[in-house]
Design a protein around this ligand. Structure first.
Ligand SMILES: CC(C)(COP(=O)(O)OP(=O)(O)OC[C@H]1O[C@@H](n2cnc3c(N)ncnc32)[C@H](O)[C@@H]1OP(=O)(O)O)[C@@H](O)C(=O)NCCC(=O)NCCS
Length: 197
């Protein structure tokens, strides 16, 4: 039977649960996608600290224009079973990789990250989080959405394509000193997406 869950805005108190879920998810999903040496230096504490920065000046809410949702399944040891977050489209990565200017201009709203507890993949949690994020974008006045996915992350690409995303560009992402190919997926009509999800 599918795990009952609900989606709600994230709060700073969720960050340890988000980071624990995300770290475990990456350790299962990313070997072979990212180098082992890069994965080995990640920690739940580091991920929690990274996400917590988005709350520092905004109390209990993510920064304006930067939706951050969690999926919660009460009763699990870690009830946080998924997360999605994003905001205005970034012109460059943390390591300084430049994003093609036409993508930034054409798609001003970006999904930065979406992760689901590994044991619950293919349960519909990712689709529900993505739909909630797209709705939040519409509420902010956006009708398009872009995201970047590592070009060898086949399950995530299958997920985005199932939701109607189309490849619109490519650009490398530098992580741990190595450049990985990335593909941009975009949705040009969130109203249409809403009808199909
Ligand atoms: C990508 C991710 C968020 C998808 O979440 P999910 O909850 O497993 O996805 P859903 O169950 O909502 O899947 C919706 C549809 O997407 C497609 N899909 C999802 N995962 C797929 C896979 N591994 N292979 C093929 N199709 C897939 C299917 O069409 C699926 O519908 P179906 O199960 O009825 O056939 C999740 O796999 C994940 O956390 N991956 C690791 C982290 C990651 O890669 N994040 C994205 C970074 S860009």
């Amino acid at each position: 039977m599918p795990q009952p869950f609900h989606i709600r805005p994230a709060t700073p108190a969720d960050m340890p649960g988000v980071a624990s879920m995300q770290h475990a998810c990456w350790m299962k999903a990313y070997p072979g996608v990212l180098d082992d040496s890069f994965l080995a230096q990640l920690s739940p504490e580091g991920i929690a600290g990274y996400h917590a920065r988005h709350f520092h000046e905004n109390g209990n809410h993510a920064a304006p224009g930067m939706p951050f949702f969690v999926a919660e399944a009460p009763g699990r040891a870690n009830p946080i079973i998924g997360m999605v977050r994003g905001g205005p489209t970034r012109a460059e990565s943390a390591a300084g990789d430049t994003v093609p200017a036409e993508i930034v201009a054409r798609y001003p709203f970006e999904l930065f990250g979406i992760h689901v507890a590994h044991d619950l993949h293919r349960s519909g949690v990712g689709r529900a989080l993505f739909t909630q994020y797209a709705r939040a974008g519409q509420s902010l006045g956006h009708n398009s959405l872009v995201l970047w996915v590592l070009s060898n992350n086949a399950p995530a690409i299958a997920f985005y394509e199932s939701l109607g995303g189309k490849p619109v560009g490519s650009s490398p992402l530098t992580l741990g000193g190595k450049a990985y190919p990335q593909t941009a997926y975009a949705w040009s009509d969130l109203v249409h997406l809403r009808r199909m999800t």
